[in-house]
Write a protein that binds this ligand. Sequence first.
Ligand SMILES: Nc1nc2c(c(=O)[nH]1)N[C@H]1C(S)=C(S)[C@@H](COP(=O)(O)O)O[C@H]1N2
Ligand SMILES: [Mo]
Length: 312
Amino acid sequence: MNNLTNKDITPEILFNNRRKFIKLGVASIVVSSALLEVLAKEKLPIQDLIFNKDTNPNDLKINSFKEITSHNNFYEFTTNKERVKDLAKNMNTDSWILTINGLVENPIKIDVRELIKKYNLEERIYRFRCVEGWAMVAPWIGFELNKLIKDVKPLKSAKYVKFVTKYDEDMFPDQKRGIFSSVTYPYTEGLRMDEANNPLTLLAVGLYGKKLENQNGAPIRLVVPWKYGFKSIKSIDTITFVEEEPLNTWQAENSNEYGFYANVNPKVDHPRWSQKKERVLGSFFKQRTKLFNGYEKEVEHMYKDMDLKKYI
Ligand SMILES: Nc1nc2c(c(=O)[nH]1)N[C@H]1C(S)=C(S)[C@@H](COP(=O)(O)O)O[C@H]1N2
Ligand SMILES: [Mo]
């Protein structure tokens, strides 16, 4: 907050908040501490990332910053969606080392701040659908996972990519609860190599032009927009290239209800509820859920020989 300069405040933010400026009596566009305080209090995003903007060709209606950052699933903190943001407030993500290992020629350990400098960041406005039936549209900032995969050079034997969230009982209260935890930690996810290399698959480091909020998986998370939200693992510690299909957390918890693929599919109901419809955060009415969450063109080729009722 304190290190912000004029260039961090974009004209759009100033424009959208001009009424607040007037109220504050700010005559000229300067970054006063009073202004920063207002922006912070209102939880308005102050851009601190440089990225190529998404043109939003499908004209998706983006959810507000507030909606996206105050309704979260992040069990390491709590299963209460509205409380995650408060419990995550003091999570320290400053010197976060991401480890990439396993079946690769070039394993690396890299500070996420350095990693961000290596790749051109781009905005991706994606639909996001949780298996529970809520949905949103979020303007993520990140880079395609396939760029990182290319750089670490997987061996021929690498067939899957496994992702693991940090394990740190001081950081995550639910991990500290041991056998009373909500799920078994560390949270683990996986993708098949072709899924990981799909241009839609994003390693996200930002949201709304700004570094990720803790509750959304700072400092780096996966976003796989055609799959149920639980595949989009947060606060990644390790990415490992492996030969066998990894056992992901929710499949390990209950394999009758959750599988490895978790492709959004209105025709395959969850054993306890229908998946035909979804409620977008902030709207009253439900809308129809789309096959592969609306990304059929981009991803259906990967599943053409698979029975999607069997490979849940
Ligand atoms: N480490 C970790 N990652 C996680 C989860 C979690 O509990 N822990 N929840 C998942 C679920 S169920 C969803 S719907 C999305 C929610 O992401 P959001 O809070 O940014 O909307 O994160 C996913 N990634
Ligand atoms: Mo979810």
